[in-house]
Design a protein around this ligand. Structure first.
Ligand SMILES: NC(=O)c1ccc[n+]([C@@H]2O[C@H](COP(=O)([O-])OP(=O)(O)OC[C@H]3O[C@@H](n4cnc5c(N)ncnc54)[C@H](OP(=O)(O)O)[C@@H]3O)[C@@H](O)[C@H]2O)c1
Length: 383
């Protein structure tokens, strides 16, 4: 096998290992590492959980335990540039020092770490120690795997993913508000898988009132995300499933900062149950200011948000341009008059519409799942 084919295979393996950290390493990136000597894997590892050893350290520990005499002169494949700094809030020592101490000959990396405290310095330190460094192998796959991490490093705001379940004619509920269930169990299991990968799931107050959702992970394995509700007046029924038992402690509610005594008393009742409540300004259209909500979520170390509706909330996020990805589950169902998945975006000409890029189509049972990304610069009303 040509060296470049072998390199690609090893990097693909590092990426697969990295993906095992999905949903459990945030706010850290997912990283996998493979140590190879003379065409054979002598150690591998991945970042298993936030605060745990980094992938490079795991892989080198495995190699040193199994084949200590082969580690010097080996090649390390790793999807992210090794870290090179110490800081009080960082749990692990710099991987670059470990690589140099282990006398590796070559380091192959998919993506540069955009963190300003790394951003090429890891490569420079390795090269200064005489280690051959190669960057960019399977970079696009690496960028997609860690899309949340890369977005957060650039934007300092959570990665926002809008998830819609709609009928063939673009409805999310009948005119009476009935929406259970538009998609079948297979699609719902896929949604639960998505939830398990996200730090937070967000809905509007009307969805809580209409559907009384749990927004938890039940149809697959995985940890429950933090639930977030936008409710200017905090009119959330205290018997809602989102407030049952331990759920209340996993709920964040945003209210308007112009609250009266009635709202303050609702806040006290929610806080007594363990819910965190934040007062934020309203935007010019009267809804809560989504940028302010996202700033709070970012400050709380919540790096990714799955927005699950309803239509008014979807519309606000789209109109404000505050989303990165959209996933639409379309079921073979005709509803006719009913609630559209999106409201008025103020669009005049088609050329100003947001056209998704890097679109993927997946069939899930009877449903078609279409996912794509927003053009970063696109904002409704700007053209
Ligand atoms: N099929 C699906 O994918 C899906 C998903 C979810 C819901 N649904 C259905 O959708 C319906 C509810 O949707 P909906 O559009 O009526 O309401 P919604 O989007 O769930 O909630 C809208 C409410 O959220 C609050 N809010 C605060 N800030 C906001 C902002 N910036 N933008 C938008 N809303 C903000 C407002 O209430 P306050 O005045 O209380 O702040 C607003 O009235 C239900 O029938 C539900 O079954 C379908």
């Amino acid at each position: 096998m040509a060296e470049s084919d072998f390199d690609t295979l090893m990097m693909a393996r590092a990426l697969r290992l990295a993906a095992k950290g999905l949903g459990v390493v945030s706010p850290n990136p997912m990283v996998g590492a493979v140590v190879v000597k003379a065409g054979r894997i002598i150690g591998e590892g991945y970042h298993r959980r936030y605060g745990d050893p980094h992938a490079e350290a795991e892989a080198l520990a495995a190699a040193n335990a199994a084949f200590p005499e082969f580690v010097a002169g080996a090649t390390l494949y790793c999807n992210l540039e090794p870290c090179c700094y110490r800081s009080p809030e960082k749990h692990q020592p710099p991987c670059v020092e470990l690589i140099i101490r282990n006398k590796l000959a070559r380091v192959v990396v998919a993506n540069r770490d955009p963190n300003p405290r790394v951003n090429g310095d890891g490569f420079r330190m390795l090269a200064d120690a005489g280690i051959r460094v190669e960057e960019g192998l399977l970079a696009e796959r690496g960028e997609t795997l860690n899309e949340v991490f890369f977005h957060c490093q650039r934007a300092k705001s959570p990665f926002v993913h809008l998830k819609v379940a709609q009928s063939l004619d673009g409805r999310v509920a009948t005119s009476t508000g009935d929406s259970k269930w538009i998609s079948d169990e297979r699609a719902r299991r896929e949604v639960h898988r998505l939830r398990a990968c996200y730090d937070a799931v967000l809905v509007g107050s009307s969805t809580v009132r209409a559907d009384d959702p749990e927004l938890s992970v039940r149809l697959c394995r995985g940890r429950d995300p933090v639930r977030v509700v936008l409710s200017s007046r905090l009119d959330i029924d205290l018997a809602s499933k989102l407030l049952r038992g331990e759920n209340a402690g996993k709920l964040i509610a945003f209210r308007a900062d112009d609250g009266d005594e009635k709202i303050l008393s609702r806040e006290r009742a929610l806080v007594a149950l363990g819910t965190r409540v934040f007062a934020i300004p309203r935007s010019t259209d009267g809804g809560l200011d989504l940028s302010a909500a996202l700033d709070w979520l970012y400050a709380l170390s919540l790096r990714s948000v799955l927005v699950e509706g309803g239509p008014r909330v979807f519309t606000s996020f789209v109109k404000a341009g505050l989303f990165q990805k959209v996933s639409i589950f379309t079921a073979p169902l005709l509803i006719g008059e009913g609630k559209s998945s999106l409201g008025d975006l103020g669009l005049r000409v088609l050329s100003s519409a947001c056209r998704l890029r890097r679109v993927r189509y997946t069939r899930i049972g009877d449903q078609m799942l279409m996912s794509g990304y927003k053009e970063e610069s696109h904002v409704y009303g700007s053209r």
